[in-house]
Design a protein around this ligand. Sequence first.
Ligand code: SF4
Length: 295
Amino acid sequence: MVVAVASERASIKVTGPSLSPSRAADFMQCPMLYRFRVIDRLPEAPSAAAARGTLVHAALERAFDLPADRRTREAVAALLGACWAAVVEDRPELATLVDSADPRALDAWLEEALRLVERWFTLEDPTRLEPAAREMYVEADVDGLTLRGYVDRLDVAPDGRMRVVDYKTGRSPSVLFEARALFQMKFYALVLWRMRGRVPTLLQLVYLGDGEILRYAPDEHDLLAVERKVKSLWAAIARAGATGDFRPSPGRLCGWCDHQSLCPAWGGTPPPLPERAAELAVDPAVAGDPGPAED
Ligand code: SF4
C-alpha cells in the first residue's frame, strides 16, 4: 500500500490573506510566538509528541481505506510501520526521533503509537463508520480573508447532518481550557457552514491520550461569535504587522516554546524584523511558500 501523509497538504496552495486555527491560536497565545513562526519562520526542533500525533493521524485516516469489516485493531496496528515510513519520507528530520542504531527503538516507538490506536477502538467503532471525508481541506472567504484548515474526519448522516471529528493524541483539557480546545472546532464549523450553508450538528474532539471525548453542538449564534472573534484577531494581526509590535505574552506554555532564547520576555533579542513583515503577517504565502506547517 502506498501511504501518503503530509505531502498531500503541501499540494494545497493558498494565495492571499489567510488564517488557520493553529496560527490564530498562536497569536491568541502569544503575538511574539506568531511572529517567530509566521514572519521570521524560525525552525523548531522536531517534537516526539507531534511526530507521534502525525503517525497516529495517518493510521486512523488509512484505517478507512480498509473494508468496514476489516477495520480491526490488528489491521490498523499493521498500518503503523508503513505510515511511519511515509511520515519520515515526507519529513526526513523526524527520523532523528528514533535511534536507528538500536534495533528495538523503532518497535518501542511504534508501540507507543499502538497504545493510542488501541484507545481509539475503546472510543469509536470504525466498522460502523463511513466518513464522508478524511483529512479534508476546508476554506471559506470571510470579508476577503481566507479561513482554512484540515478537518480530520467529517461524518455526514443520510439526512445531511454533519459531525466534525478531530483526533488529539494528548489528554483532554480541564474545564478551564475547554473553550480554547473548542475554538479550533468552531473555526472549522464556521468554515463548513460558509461552504455548505448548514451548521454542523456536532463537533467531537477525541482524546486518545486519556480516552475522553469532548462534544459540542454549535448553533449559528456561536459561529457568528467565532466569526467576529476571527475578524478582530485578524485586525490585531494586521496592526501588529504594520507596526512591528508583536508583544510577548509569557505564560506556562513558554516552557515548550522553542524560541525562549530570542524572546524579550526571557532576556533575548529577536532577529531584525524582515522588510516584508507587514505582508508576511497577513499572507503566509507571500514569500513563495505556504508558510509554517499546520498541526
Ligand atoms: S517564550 Fe513565551 S513569551 Fe516568548 S515567544 Fe515563546 S511563548 Fe511567547
